[in-house]
Design a protein around this ligand. Structure first.
Ligand code: SAH
Ligand code: SF4
Length: 419
């Protein structure tokens, strides 16, 4: 197993362990997925190419990685033949390793994935009639311990690298068969193979939307998430519009403005409570960044407008946050800050030992009506993939359920004792 030294993020936010931006591989080769073009060019130059060659090869390889889904240098037909094994000796185009793939009866799919240094995390794909949404993880575990969230009971293992984040999107395209096929030289080949594939057309893809709502708090891994999403949005990269990408935060106020300016995607905020005591319990980060401060930061979010409203997520928990008075207070707050807002009501997804119950359907309906009458759209989200524990808040990787001491014991060579 490769060594992953943990370091701390200095500055603005609470320090959390962060992996380097490239996960070291046991075979010493460098994974190019997740690196911007200039960085690929620099690596090629460091490996011995002259600067012009390095830039040209970086451009070609970048195209193969993100447009063609190519993972084998041998298949890069516009690169000189002797150059291909030279690249393969030094670099790889990786994917997270798939440990398990599950299919829900409602069509939702969940993948248990593993990094090159052996950490497990999850990704979920949710198809419906008009779109296909990929729910992407940003961290292995989460530091924030929201009381109703299963991921919050894991300790944070580490941040995912840009490659591991964008790698989830690429893996989903692999699994859905959504890469163009054929050679770059022949558009006609593409057309034939697209017919064969049946469902692929340039703009009729299955994967149409991305939500940063998997494991972890994306704004506690801001730079890696930003770099990954830039590759997802890059016209020469995966070319998905920023309007189809939503980042969900539990309310890391100091990073929200940078999120709007440097990434520019839609913002979702996990509100869940409109009174201090309640939100302090559900989202402990509220003790640090309170409700009013959070709503003020939302009102200042760059790019928010009536055409691009901020989504407020509100998990419906029985007798906790679901009264008529709570609904009215929610409306009052959203109006007080003049927020271009919509509210997503999420029925609480149970997990063993959570101690909470989901509100009744009648209660959720009434809550939704009050918010709607107050002037905000408040759809109730249908839980998806509950049978495979893929629904919101159910993600938790089995390997991490063991205590640290238990894992350290297992990792220790025989005869070396102690916790
Ligand atoms: N850390 C980020 C993004 C990941 S959580 C955040 O908290 O926003 C994605 C969404 O699932 C959040 O709105 C979260 O509050 C919600 N969620 C967590 N646990 C849940 C549960 N048990 N039932 C329903 N939704 C849950
Ligand atoms: Fe972390 Fe979000 Fe779960 Fe809270 S709801 S513990 S921030 S993943």
């Amino acid at each position: 197993m490769a060594d992953t030294a943990l370091m701390t993020i200095p500055g603005l936010v609470d320090p959390v362990p962060a992996a380097r931006d490239i996960t070291p591989r046991a075979d010493g080769r460098i994974d190019l997925v997740g690196l911007p073009r200039p960085r690929i060019a620099t690596l090629f130059e460091e490996a011995g190419l002259d600067p012009r060659q390095a830039r040209l090869r970086a451009k070609q390889v970048f195209h193969w990685i993100y447009h063609r889904g190519q993972t084998d240098f041998a298949g890069m037909t516009d690169i000189a033949k002797p150059m291909r094994p030279w690249l393969a000796e030094r670099f790889v185009i990786g994917r997270p390793q798939v440990i398990e793939a599950q299919h829900s009866i409602d069509g939702t799919r969940k993948w248990l994935l593993r990094t090159d240094d052996g950490h497990d995390f999850e990704m979920v794909f949710i198809p419906d009639e008009t779109r296909g949404t990929l729910c992407v993880s940003s961290q292995v575990g989460c530091t924030l311990n929201c009381s109703f969230c299963h991921t919050g009971t894991m300790r944070l293992v580490r941040n995912l690298t840009p490659g591991e984040i964008v790698g989830q999107v690429m893996l989903a395209r692999d699994a859905l068969g959504e890469w163009p096929r054929g050679t770059m030289a022949s558009a006609a080949d593409d057309a034939d193979e697209d017919d064969e594939a049946g469902h692929y057309t340039a703009d009729g893809r299955l994967l149409t939307n991305i939500v940063m709502m998997g494991m972890g708090e994306p704004l506690y891994n801001f730079e890696h998430v930003r770099d990954a999403l830039r590759l997802v949005m890059d016209g020469d990269g995966l070319a998905l519009s920023k309007r189809r990408i939503t980042l969900s935060t539990s309310g890391v106020i100091p990073m929200m403005e940078r999120c709007g300016k440097e990434i520019g995607v839609n913002l979702a905020v996990s509100l869940h409570g409109v009174r201090k005591e309640v939100r302090d319990e559900l989202v402990p980060l509220n003790r640090k960044y309170g409700i009013e401060e959070l709503l003020a930061a939302c009102a200042a979010y760059p790019g928010a407008s009536n055409a691009r409203r901020i989504t407020f997520e509100y998990v419906m928990i029985k007798d906790k946050n679901d009264s008529d008075a709570d609904a009215r207070e929610l409306v009052r707050l959203l109006k007080a800050y003049d927020l271009p807002a919509k509210v997503n009501l999420i029925p609480f997804n149970p997990w063993p030992g959570s101690g909470y119950e989901c509100s009744s359907p009648e209660r959720i309906r009434r809550f939704s009506e009050i918010v709607f009458e107050g002037g905000f759209s408040a759809p109730v989200r249908t839980p998806r993939g509950r049978d495979i524990d893929a629904a919101c808040g159910q993600l938790k990787t089995a390997a991490e359920k063991k205590s640290r001491a238990a894992r350290d014991r297992e990792a220790a060579p025989a005869g070396v004792g102690g916790d």
